[in-house]
Design a protein around this ligand. Sequence first.
Ligand code: HMG
Ligand code: MG
Length: 298
Amino acid sequence: MISLPKKVTIIEVGPRDGLQNEGQFVPTNVKVAFIQALKKAGFTEMELTSFVSPKWVPQMKDAAEIVDRCRDDLRNIVLAPNRKGIERVLESNCQAVAVFVGVSDTFNKKNINKSTAESMAELVPLIHELKERGLFVRACISTAFYCPYEGKVDPDRTVQLCEQFVEAGVDELSVADTIGMATPLESYALFSKMKDSFPSVLLTAHFHDTREMALANIFAALQAGVDRFDSSVGGLGGCPFAKGATGNVATEDVVYMLERMGIETNIDLQQLIEALRIVEPYLSRELTSGYYRLHKQE
Ligand code: HMG
Ligand code: MG
């Protein structure tokens, strides 16, 4: 008999991971309307934007305005890669921050222009400061399974990096298959190990759907006891600095699968469609999630 969680928390990352890879700037008003429509769907946690260099990711240049206009009592998470990003987070009065590091040095260098060790040397004292100020801190672990430049990543290296974050005091680990190469057995193995190793932090799985294995990987992670998943409405997303990365697993497909299996998400599927309608005219790519495609044909 398979044992699965009865309830799952979905962290919507569409406004951040979903939009960061869009070449054309999505107007700030559209982003705000998109976020507000998503909030109506029932999310309690969402990545709103990122305080990264606007030269590196011009799409995120309106981060301060987004935070200012979308603030409420929910867990609104913003990404920050370095001290400058954290300073901007504190100025914006945001209460939840995500730092991000790749297990693979080559990826980390391409993404944030530092080795993994250099990033950790900068981030660990910053995490202490953030915790002293009472912020919620999430650590996003990129290339946890595979790196587009270095190939397969040793799971022990992923666990060791997570250990450093847990020792630094983070509240959550979001462990990512950045280029969608993991298979369900790898997902089960890594997340089982993570569950055993880090019982005191929130553990979240972040799957990109490059090879259409994300739902299978989620099913495997559920069996390992994971009950938190990042996803992006419409299957939008991808890291601009990870060669071959495409969208996150689509939120509507995850919600559909979980609800059909009797696992509660508290997310309103129809409202996800409403949110997608707001942003779709501004996107460069076609939305291919199974649920949305069928919905449009009806
Ligand atoms: P750098 O060029 O080495 O930075 O980039 P620098 O410290 O030399 O600064 C260069 C300029 O950028 C300076 O401005 C700084 O002030 C400014 P200038 O003097 O030239 O006018 N700057 C900043 N401005 C605003 N906000 C900041 C900031 N930092 C410096 N935070 C840097 C280093 C980290 C800034 C750059 O590499 C960067 O912004 N990288 C972000 C890349 C990114 O956003 N990637 C996508 C998110 S991660 C992801 O998607 C993966 C995830 O989904 C999980 C998964 O799927 O794997 C989370
Ligand atoms: Mg991602």
